[in-house]
Design a protein around this ligand. Structure first.
Ligand SMILES: [Fe+2]
Length: 331
């Protein structure tokens, strides 16, 4: 990082309008999350494909991805055939893909942990351009839109707020962090609101991370796209209620418009086994409480894995707790 970024110039397909489609938190994975009974990958891919087909139909100039394109971090759980299928999916629209990485795309909380991840393959294949390295300017000759962004960086948004307009008519900034009505904290991590983000030069923040649909919000002439995840892994309770959305951004002269679009998806009861989901959530809660308890019992241990290993527990209980910790790190 540091130094001036490469800027790619693109001429808009339509003579007087720039169109961009955004897809957030795709969470692509070849494996079914625990509570899924339908085929998660086929279903998720189909939803994304519907959005990409729409982008192609309206001759969008770029598809933008504000992070968490992949679900699982472990390379062994992203087999080659699957990564290859994700490349095909992103290629299918014929539209360039630009975006950032989310916490699920990296090991260790920042893009320093890109090595060995499926997102790295997507970037190296040339199908996906990382905005940390290369910004995009789309122009009609009369109107210009700059698209910039910063990947997930330990839940911080400073890098996003610092992005510069550099003479463009509109600046879109992609970020992956918690967004709320006011700046503060969310589960011990920073959360940013329009009061803080609004001080930056961005006209539109396109924000991933929250899977909840918070819509498209407008404050003081700026827009915040927080329509949530295009997929439903089943781990968030809002997955049961919301219909996944993507968004379409159009720019004409000084005017801009943002609309949500929603692919057709299976009703949640056909996608997930709700009884299994209840059981999984209950077990997770119990395990979390159990591990918290262990941490406070065995204060001498540096980390929970050590704490579990040192305690006099039946092997089956130890194995279950260790497996939970391993999964928590991976997912
Ligand atoms: Fe996510």
């Amino acid at each position: 990082m540091g130094g001036p970024l490469k800027v790619t110039q693109l001429t808009a397909k339509n003579p007087d309008e720039i169109r961009v489609v955004s897809i957030s938190d795709a969470h692509m994975s070849p494996f079914n999350p625990k509570s899924w009974k339908a085929n998660y990958w086929e279903h998720t891919r189909d939803g994304i494909q519907q959005v990409l087909n729409y982008a192609k139909k309206v001759q969008a100039d770029a598809v933008i991805w504000p992070g968490d394109q992949y679900h699982l971090k472990t390379p062994a759980r992203n087999p080659l055939y699957f990564v290859s299928e994700t490349i095909d999916l992103l290629l299918s629209s014929g539209i360039p893909n630009y975006g950032i990485g989310g916490n699920h795309d990296f090991k260790m909380g920042s893009r320093d942990g890109l090595k060995g991840q499926p997102l790295e393959i997507l970037i190296k294949s040339g199908v996906f351009k990382l905005l940390d390295d290369e910004e995009l300017v789309i122009t009609t000759g009369k109107t210009s839109v700059k698209i910039a962004g910063e990947s997930y960086n330990h839940s911080k948004a400073e890098g996003c707020r610092d992005k510069k307009k550099d003479g463009a008519d509109h600046l879109v900034v992609l970020g992956h962090f918690w967004f709320g009505q006011t700046t503060g904290e969310f589960f011990g991590e920073p959360m940013y609101g329009p009061d803080w983000l609004g001080k930056g030069e961005a006209d539109i923040y396109d924000i991933g991370h929250h899977h909840l649909d918070q819509g498209i919000q407008h404050f003081d002439g700026k827009a915040y796209i927080v329509v949530g995840s295009i997929s439903r892994t089943g781990s968030h309770s809002n997955d049961l209620e919301r219909r996944p959305a993507a968004s379409v951004l159009t720019f004409k002269g000084q005017n801009r418009e943002i609309n949500a679009i929603r692919p057709k998806v299976l009703p949640i009861g056909e996608a997930l086994d709700l009884e299994v989901r209840e059981k999984v959530k209950r077990e997770e809660k119990e395990m979390k409480a159990f591990i918290e308890n262990l941490k406070s019992t065995n204060l001498g241990a540096a980390d929970p894995v050590q704490a579990i290993a040192e305690l006099d527990l039946p092997k089956e209980v130890q194995d279950r707790a260790l497996k939970y910790l391993e999964q928590a790190e991976s997912e």
